[in-house]
Every structure is written in C-alpha cells, then in structure tokens.
Design a protein around this ligand. Sequence first.
Ligand SMILES: [Mn+2]
Length: 439
Amino acid sequence: MFTQCATLYPDHLQRVIGIAEKAISAEQCDSILIHSGAPKLAFLDDYHGPYKANPNFVWWLPLTQSPHCYLLIQTGQKPVLLYHLADDFWHVPPQPPTGFWCDHFDIHLCSDLAQVKRELSQYQSTSTQRAWIGQDVELAKELGISKINPQGLMHRLHYNRAIKSQYEIACLTQANIIALAGHEAAKRAFMAGKSEFETQLAFLAAVQQDQTQIPYRSIVGFGHHSAILHYQHYDYSVQDMGQPQSFLIDAGTQYYGYASDITRCHSRGSKLYQNLINAMTQAQRSICFMVKPGVNFADLHHQMHDLVLDLLETFKLVQGSRDELATSGISSAFFPHGLGHLLGLQVHDIGGWQQDELGTAQEPPSSHRLLRCTRTLEKNMVVTIEPGLYVIDSLLKKWRDNGFGHLLNNTAIDQLRPLGGVRIEDNVVVADQPINLSI
Ligand SMILES: [Mn+2]
C-alpha cells in the first residue's frame, strides 16, 4: 500500500496544484501561505494538548505530525516548504524530511520565526495579495498578511476536496484495512467479557495507533450506552457473562492523515439484538449500493428513513397504519442523526452542504437538521453510510408530548431499551459500481 500511495502521489499533487492555481487567479491573490498549525497550551500550564494538523496542509503532503511548518504556493512555481527544525533538547530532535513527496517541494529548514521571515522575504508578494490559510490569525498578521482565510478561496478548495484522487482513495482504503483489524480485536475482547475500557485498549493495540493518532475518540458502548450517540466514557466494569449483552463500536484510524470511520455492533447471547443487527446491515448495504454519481445524498437519507420505518414495523416498535407512521416522521425518534457525511482528511470532511465552488450552501430540511451532506454525489467522493436505530428516552418523550404516543409500542421499546441501539457504518467510494472500503 505504501508503494501504491507513493506511485499515485504525483498525480494527486498535480491535481491539488491545478485547483489551487485556479483558485488563486479567481480570487485575485498571488500566492497562498498554508500553516500546518501548532499544539495549544493548556491554561496556566506548560503542557500542550495533542496536535492536529491543518487539513488544508496535509492535502498537499503527508506531514501529520509537523507543527510550525509553512507551505508557500505560487502559480507556476514549485511549492515551497518551510520545514520546522527546532533546536530543542526536550524532544527527539526532528530530522530533515524524507519521503516519496520530498522531490516535489523546494524545502527550506527553519528553526524559528525570524528564519521563516527571512525565507519568505525571498518570495515577492505584497501582503495584500498573499492569502493565509491557518488557525493562527495573530501569526498571519505578524507575517504581514491581511487576507486571512479568505472565504472565496476556502470555498473553492473545500468544494474540490470532496472529490478524491486515486492517492487519497488508496490512503482511505488503507485506513479502512487497519481499522477493520482493530474492530476484529475489539469484538474478541467484548465476546471474552472484557470491559469497555479494555475493549478500547484492544482496538488501539491492534491498529498500533495511540489515542492522539486515531482521527476521533472511539465510541465503545455496551448495553444502553450504545444508544448514546457520542458516548464519551469507557466503563471499567467487566461484564456479567450470565447476561446477554450488546456492543456498539464506532472507531477509525488514519493513514497519511486520511480517516476511516466504521461502526459495528455485536451481540453476545441476545437473539433480539442479533436480529436487529442483521436487519440493519441488510438495509444499510442496500443504500451503499446506491452511492452513485448523480444521486443526491439527502434523497438517500430519506430512502433510509423508509427502510428504518420498515425495521420499526418488523420489530413492532411502532404501531398504526403505514400512512400515519410515514407522515408523522416517527422514524426520526429512533434514527435522529444524518445518514452520513463526506470523509477524508477530516472525519466529517468539510463542504458537505456546499453546492458549488462559490460556496452556495444547501441546508438540510428543518426536520432533518443533523444531515451533514446535501450534495449531489460525484465520482470519487467518499462518504459514510451510517444509519442507526436506538431507544433514546428523551427523544421518545418529545414525541409522546407532541401527541404521537399512540404510534409507539412501549412493550417492545422496553425490551430493546437495555440493549440500547444499533448503527452500521461503512465508508463508500462513489462510482457506478460503488466501492465499499469497509468490507
Ligand atoms: Mn461517521
């Protein structure tokens, strides 16, 4: 996979350069300076939080652990990398960069900001024409740049980032392969009766990435925890092996900065939960097959709601005529989040509502506010497909309070409650024959 990424990289970089040069000319700037970012200090402390690279920096080159670096992009010129080589005895001394991408950059080593300024002074620009992309606004001003994260430029880059090069698809494929090994290990830990905490450790050990390297905090929930959408703890208690148990794990890894985002559910001894997993997987996979160019993502979301309503009827969680059930929108009480999102350098890749390069946004309908993608799918976009079905009492209460209680079958809901809920999530490349990277 490493060789494949290296082989595919030059075409990827050419594509990114083409997009950037077009954006530079359309937005009337003469160059772009992209900052890799820096870790943030805790208040009153000398300890930094984990570093997360600027995704617009990693789009150009796979430097995910290199804060204080700068990329200078000028039309018709080889991209310039100001690579931070600190004089620092606290850490492992950084080395000059090596890798398949290096030959494509004009690399200068810089130990401090004064040197960055000296290097930049070699490249002509008036500060009004150079654009800055980065979080640190004060740093941009310090470097004399006033066009800071200009919206027009950002919209153009972000719109195009949704469509992946073959290099990016190879990275996302590898991120999936690594994560699936972690999912297997987590499943084994769960089946053996380990705690949520130990199960998360089993995942990390299998993927060989630590908590700061994985793209998002894994969700590892047993029992009713699986119905808490962003459950943020890892319970230390071991399982009671005499009782059936349910398990939802939403966990991914990264490869060269590209994220995987996969959710699986497992049942230990509950026929009901296993049946629900099987039925949801079947429904989810049928939507994965529809991830084709020209299809609107919001339409897929609505089709998924029809399938969730089928499941709710099959498992007798709702009652009443199909007509009333459909018009009421009661499926949202069990499936309150969106069908999925764009995936790439960010787990929720930017630009999901963006309809064109100019930044026209299409918000989802008010009854489905949490849908993160309203775009019409194009070849080589990568999206997640992640429907769910959960017993969330606070939501069910709202529906009861609004006069829809007669549609809910409380006996079946009470039965499912201790098992929480299910979500099945795969990462899919948009194509006439969609490619599911997670199976
Ligand atoms: Mn997701």
